[in-house]
Design a protein around this ligand. Structure first.
Ligand code: GLY
Length: 404
């Protein structure tokens, strides 16, 4: 038996024991999400900022943001997923309303790389479900805007086009989160946009693969490049514990990002890499499947958890398990995803009557002391995405098909 098989068996065993207990029921969990979201809709103010972003620990009131915030697309995305899950027109109308608040992003100059998070979670899902032609135009325009941040000498998109501590501005910086925004470029290149967008996405993913990872395949949060020569200057952190630590959500973006790159390109290099960045994460995970915010925080086990990373990884692993041809490994990924969703759907992690978000215990920016052990909208977004993917698999349909 080769080393990979032994590793896969260990992972499978690791996740088998807790699975003897009750498994997540996606129907029940989706119903729960719908009720929580209806409560949030009643709380939302009538004036901007009105897009829910987070609820601090022990509180019930949302912090609201406007379209410029990097999290602005997740709430409309959640509403679209709820429309898909329930067929309820209330969610469709709200999805449309909150997506449209983001239209200025498709007209203004790029001030961040987060355009994919913002526009693809909102209008991307909206277009997938409605085929409204105006949504498509907005997505295509925004993909072109994102492409303006690409530096061909480096081979990546500039994530933060401004001075950020430790990024040697005006040198070029790229953060691992940026992998998710490539999905917008891939989609645009296949739906009427320029083929150049596809090449940008592939170059970004390959350059990141080369420069953004340590020997064990854990990710740096940020890499700084010389903007003229394209040479790597350094790997550093911004939101993690230390430059050399494995920040949980950063690793989750890598897992999700390389899985998505394989879906979009069918290049086996990305499938292999997606497994490598996944395996270092799973190997270090505690038995409940929810990571501490940073795997190397010396305060563990008294450090906060990050449910958002678990939700991102659960969603990614459902997709990755379908790509992996090795049956044992594929099954291990699928079991791991179900275990994560089972824990997230338990009384320990669902907000229930504590507040109207779906989940508790996410950590946004620990070094800045913000959104620690909080409810955060992107945790809810990837949680509902993962639940929908699981429900589709249980129904015997592809995760890319519409539910109804
Ligand atoms: N993209 C920022 C974060 O993951 O917190």
């Amino acid at each position: 038996m080769n080393k990979r098989k032994i590793f896969a068996i260990l992972i499978a065993l690791f996740f088998y024991l807790p699975n003897i207990q009750a498994q997540v029921n996606p129907d029940k969990a989706l119903l729960y999400c719908a009720e929580q979201a209806k409560s949030t809709l009643k709380l939302i103010p009538r004036q901007s900022p009105d897009i829910p972003r987070s609820i601090n620990q022990g509180k019930k009131d949302w912090r609201y943001v406007d379209y410029k915030d990097w999290c602005s697309g997740f709430w409309p995305g959640i509403l679209w997923y709820l429309y898909e899950a329930t067929g309820n027109n209330q969610f469709k109308l709200a999805g449309d309303k909150f997506s449209k608040e983001l239209i200025p992003l498709s007209r203004e100059k790029a001030f961040d790389h987060d355009l994919g998070f913002q526009i693809f979670s909102s209008f991307g899902n909206g277009y997938r479900l409605t085929q409204y032609p105006e949504y498509k135009k907005i997505i295509l325009r925004t993909a072109d805007t994102l492409a303006t941040l690409y530096n061909a000498k480096v081979g990546t998109i500039l994530s933060w086009p401004r001075s950020v501590p430790n990024m040697n501005w005006p040198q070029h910086n790229t953060i691992i989160d940026n992998m998710i925004n490539l999905e917008l470029l891939f989609w645009a290149s296949k739906n009427g946009g320029s083929k150049h967008l596809y090449n940008i996405a592939v170059n970004h993913a390959k350059t990141t693969m080369k420069n953004h990872f340590r020997a064990d395949f854990s990710a740096y949060h940020a890499v700084v490049y010389d903007k003229l020569t394209g040479k790597k200057i350094k790997g550093v952190t911004h939101q993690g514990y230390a430059d050399d630590s494995m920040w949980a959500r950063g690793q989750s973006w890598a897992i999700y990002g390389y899985t998505m790159c394989f879906r979009e390109t069918k290049d086996p290099v990305f499938l292999d890499f997606a497994q490598k960045v996944t395996d270092v994460y799973l190997k270090s995970l505690t038995v409940d499947g929810i990571p501490y915010w940073d795997f190397n925080d010396p305060a563990i086990p008294n450090a906060p958890k990050d449910a958002s990373a678990a939700a991102v990884v659960a969603s990614a692993l459902i997709e990755l398990s379908a790509f992996v041809t090795d049956k044992i490994k594929s099954e291990a990924y699928s079991k791991a995803a179900k275990q994560m969703l089972t824990t997230l759907s338990s009384a320990n992690y669902q907000s229930r009557n504590q507040n109207s978000a779906f989940l508790l215990h996410s950590t946004g920016h620990k070094p800045n002391e913000s959104e620690i052990d909080a409810s955060i909208i992107y945790a809810d977004y990837y949680y509902i995405e993962a639940l929908l993917r699981l429900k589709k698999i249980q129904k015997g349909i592809s995760i890319y098909q519409k539910l109804k």
